[in-house]
Design a protein around this ligand. Structure first.
Ligand code: BES
Ligand code: MN
Ligand code: ZN
Length: 500
């Protein structure tokens, strides 16, 4: 049982008719009437809304409990047609799951024909996919270490569709299922307790999953990383008896790749701070410090399964940051893979040491774009709060790709500056640079400007600091109240799919 993945809490299928215990009806605010029940669903809904104050505003719903053999009915508000986006449906799917689950129904059906009416035919496929994502993401629970699993029930969702709409519904369902599988992996990885979630654990889990899906996966142990001259990365794990691992996942499209994308992930399996030890309060949250790596693996897997046209090389640095007599001491000078020397002033600024070498290794692939993702700085939450994470790019031309992915997924990023002046007081008297600034200001930017020193000239690069949203981000209804959110998995999947 230990370390087996947590079971999926929902299942999906496309059907022509349904016996589901609860039926969902989309209600458009501008039509001022109940929806016309479409093919496959019993014609019970229409009269129910007569005289009801429920008008179908977005983010509202109305559950009517059946006391007979008839199914329960959930009216799902989607607001005005001209204002609705996939996110409207993602939130609706999330609310539907919560409602249907608390009401104790075990199966739920919606009609795609009717969704087409509510959203318009052009938007319908993306809206169905989003609805299923919202439903699926909300069903997640991490209870593999509970001896008494209170609610292991699977909540079925059926998509009723007729004629040619059946194919479209099945395709949207398939896309949602692939993404939900990845989000489940990302959340499970991130939530894994630090005594089980070691560098070797993630390396072997990733290898297994890669084998299942035909992805190439190579693992460098410490000796191999040493041969690769990754001393900056290795310096982080010096205090841990658990062996650091570099995991390299490669996806090659079936036909000649359009572009190469390299992903670089911070995978610190537990961050005590090292000799610059963190205070005890909430230190347990630092089991999530490998979420950047988990997120990029999840996105790589989803993009591969969705038939991405780009080649993806994903390099993940897994290591544990511990204090001990062999741990790196402040004032240590270490030579990075790219030849630059770093004076380590604070061993708690370790993510940038991991990524410095991983980014250099990524550059060997001559990628058209490198993106690193990391829970890099606590300052990120001070600057941005909970509703977006930080984005840095070394070429503003890249922004359009990020904006497109943001629009599709409603996972928001906000750009911060990368001006070289921010590096001025990170220069070291002893080595080429220090791993923190002298004055302690602008923490998130300092992390980014440090990483910039490891990106080869001419390489397009983006850095995403997700420290403020990777875990405990309940401001989004489809994120769990506690623990890993899985945020940016969908974003990075879309980025990889659409980059050209
Ligand atoms: N893993 C932390 C950042 C972090 C903090 C992630 C809170 C999630 C929640 C990172 O390694 C770290 O310790 N950063 C230091 C940097 C400082 C020493 C310059 C920080 O933010 O305090
Ligand atoms: Mn740290
Ligand atoms: Zn860290």
């Amino acid at each position: 049982m230990k370390n087996s993945p947590s079971p999926s809490r929902f299942s999906m299928k496309v059907t022509e008719t349904t016996q589901a215990q609860a039926l969902g009806f989309f209600v458009n605010q501008d039509e001022k009437r109940a929806p016309v029940p479409a093919t496959g669903l019993p014609g019970i809904a229409d009269p129910m809304l007569k005289g009801s104050p429920f008008k179908g505003a977005a983010k509202t719903n109305l559950f009517l409990r059946s006391t007979s053999d008839e199914p329960h009915v959930l009216f799902i508000g989607v607001g005005q047609k001209k204002e609705l986006t996939p996110e409207t449906f993602r939130l609706a799917g999330s609310a539907a799951y919560s409602k249907v689950q608390t009401e104790g129904a075990e199966s739920f059906a919606i009609s795609f024909d009717e969704l087409v009416k509510a959203a318009g035919s052009k938007a319908a496929d993306a809206c169905l996919e989003a609805f299923l994502q919202g439903y699926g993401m909300t069903s997640y629970k991490f209870d593999k270490y509970k001896s008494d699993k209170k609610d292991p029930k699977v909540l079925k969702i059926e998509v009723v569709a007729s004629g040619e709409l059946k194919k479209r519904a099945a395709a949207a369902l398939n896309r949602a299922a692939i993404q939900m599988d990845s989000i489940q992996i990302v959340r499970d990885f991130s939530n894994e307790p630090s005594n089980f979630g070691t560098p070797e654990y993630y390396a072997s889990e990733i290898q297994k999953i890669c084998r299942t899906h035909g992805l190439k996966c190579r693992v460098l142990n410490e000796a191999a990383a040493k041969k690769e001259k990754m001393d900056l990365f290795l310096s982080v794990g010096n205090g841990s008896k658990r062996e650091s691992q570099v995991v390299i996942v490669t996806y090659e499209p079936k036909v000649k790749a359009k572009k190469t994308i390299a992903f670089a992930g911070k995978g610190v399996t537990f961050d005590t701070g090292g000799i610059s030890l963190k205070p005890g309060a909430r230190m347990e949250d630092m089991k999530h410090d490998m979420t950047g790596a988990a997120t990029l693996f999840g996105a790589t897997l989803a993009a591969a399964r969705l038939g991405c046209k780009n080649r993806i090389v994903t390099i993940l640095g897994f290591t544990e940051n511990m204090p001990s007599s062999t741990a790196t001491t402040p004032s240590s000078v270490v030579t990075a893979r790219n030849g630059k020397t770093v004076e380590i002033i604070n061993t708690d600024a370790e993510g940038r040491l991991v990524l410095g070498d991983v980014l250099d290794l990524c550059c060997d692939e001559k990628p058209d774009l490198v993106v690193d993702v990391a829970t890099l700085t606590g300052a990120c939450g001070i600057a941005l709060g909970k509703f977006c994470s930080a984005l840095f790019v070394n070429n503003d031309k890249l922004l359009k790709h990020f904006q497109a992915a943001e629009e599709k997924t409603a996972e928001r990023l906000w750009q911060l500056p990368l001006w070289d002046e921010y590096f001025d007081d990170m220069k070291s008297a002893t080595a080429d640079m220090m791993n923190i600034s002298s004055d302690g200001t602008g923490g998130t930017i300092r992390g980014a400007i440090f990483l910039k020193q490891f990106v080869r000239k001419g390489t397009d690069w983006a850095h995403i600091d997700i420290a403020n949203r990777a875990s405990d981000n309940p401001v989004v209804p489809y994120h769990p109240r506690k623990g890993a959110s899985g945020v940016y998995t969908r974003f990075l999947t879309e980025l990889a799919m659409d980059f050209e």
